[in-house]
Write a protein that binds this ligand. Structure first.
Ligand SMILES: [Zn+2]
Length: 414
């Protein structure tokens, strides 16, 4: 008697990403799926005389399969666009001139406040589609361009609606402590009151927050203010993560680890002696090569020390209009290898199993094994390293989310 499956993907080479030190390759595999869950993976399926009954099958034609990619740090929902400012800067305008012309983060805040929820949804859905085209099946989206209750709520509602209307899963992060809005100039403490006493509790009550983030930096919020945000999150039972050590070292990562942060992100200025704190708290180091590249940074995150301490390193787009207007997770794999010198294996781990850990969804996605959700991508590549090696060009062939084909270059189903 043979088993029956709703979907079988056969004739594929699988990079399961289930191991720590290699791709976990299964050759000539057949992946059997029921109810969106991987039930069975058969190796060397063509050379065995096995009968599998299935409702639907996909002949992978020898293609590579990886887990669905995960973008664990984005600011995908925002109004407006800063291409004009980019142009002004390259034509020689100073920061003051750009600020006077209404540029910088504050321009995105005012555009986001002034964009209707429908328009915000449309613009964000379009950006999201670029990521899905490259095999992204789970994503994190932060608020942080509203900086008032109404607009922070609008951003998180848009993130929630994107999850309802698109096939992919979205983790929603409240980043009220992203920047100081103009109306609170020189009154940072009062703004943190607003974040902690009004925004966070109300948005949490509406079920709009999965995790709380802050921007701990000289141009953001200091350690004491960040601690207030984390204390409030803790009192509401919400987990935290942090934008830390991007432009200077304030020891934000150390503070975040006190609160068992899911991840600390950027980390160019992370001192090596603080790395053991990440280890103790199980915190993921999320690296954002797009912002490093776009800002022309030169100080590298302490990659070899993170590697030595076996800290899981995630890679993400940091998609945002100011410092990383990036809509390509594959380009981030390339930059993680060329700029940060990660190996192609580490880079791919960074957008699969380690990104899953950064969002604490690693019990169901991030690698291909029995019992995991059937989120997978079929690629037109000769080896997994090609995903990092290429500069642009999209070899994504088929994207499968929870056992359903959500994108296919041509139909191989029968
Ligand atoms: Zn960010």
């Amino acid at each position: 008697m043979s088993d029956f499956y709703q979907l079988v993907i056969h004739n594929v080479e699988v990079a399961t990403m289930a191991n720590d030190n290699d791709y976990g390759v299964i050759n000539d595999a057949a992946i059997c799926i029921n109810n969106g869950i991987i039930q069975k993976i058969i190796a060397n399926a063509n050379s065995q005389d096995i009968e599998i009954e299935t409702e639907n099958s996909i002949d992978g034609d020898g293609r590579w399969v990886t887990p669905g990619l995960i973008d664990c740090h984005t600011h995908l929902v925002y109004g407006g666009n800063r291409a004009n400012e980019f142009e002004m800067r390259l034509e020689g305008a100073s920061y003051e001139e750009i600020a006077k012309a209404g540029g910088g983060i504050i321009s995105t805040v005012s555009a986001t406040r002034n964009t209707s929820k429908d328009e915000l949804f449309k613009a964000s859905a379009k950006r999201l589609s670029y990521l899905i085209d490259e095999g992204v099946t789970s994503i994190e989206i932060k608020s942080g361009y509203g900086l008032d209750l109404k607009t922070e709520q609008k951003m998180l509602e848009v993130a929630h609606e994107l999850e309802t209307y698109s096939p992919i899963e979205i983790s929603k992060t409240f980043l009220g402590a992203h920047a100081l809005p103009l109306e609170y100039k020189d009154r940072a403490e009062e703004y943190i009151d607003l974040v902690c006493e009004e925004m966070m509790p109300q948005l949490h009550q509406q079920g709009l927050i999965d995790c709380v983030d802050a921007f701990c930096e000289n141009i953001g919020f200091d350690l004491k203010q960040t601690r207030r945000v984390f204390e409030k999150a803790k009192s509401l039972g919400l987990p935290v993560k942090l934008h830390a050590e991007q432009l200077s070292n304030l020891d934000g990562s150390k503070l975040a680890c006190e609160y068992q942060a899911w991840s600390v992100d950027h980390l160019e200025f992370l001192p090596e002696e603080n790395i053991p704190y990440l280890k103790q708290s199980g915190t993921v180091a999320t690296l954002l090569p797009g912002a490093f590249y776009f800002l022309g940074e030169t100080k590298l995150p302490p990659i070899s020390a993170l590697r030595e301490h076996k800290i899981p390193m995630a890679i993400a787009t940091d998609s945002n209009p100011g410092s990383s207007p990036c809509l390509s997770i594959l380009l981030m794999l390339n930059m993680a290898t060329t700029l940060f010198k990660l190996t192609p294996l580490e880079a791919l781990q960074g957008v699969t199993k380690h990104a899953a850990k950064a969002l604490r969804i690693d019990s169901k996605v991030g690698c291909i094994k029995e019992g995991m959700q059937a989120d997978m991508v079929l690629w037109d590549i000769e080896s997994p390293a090609e995903l990092s090696y290429r500069i642009a060009g999209n070899p994504c062939h088929t994207v499968i989310k929870k056992g359903e084909v959500i994108l296919s270059k041509n139909s191989h189903s029968n």
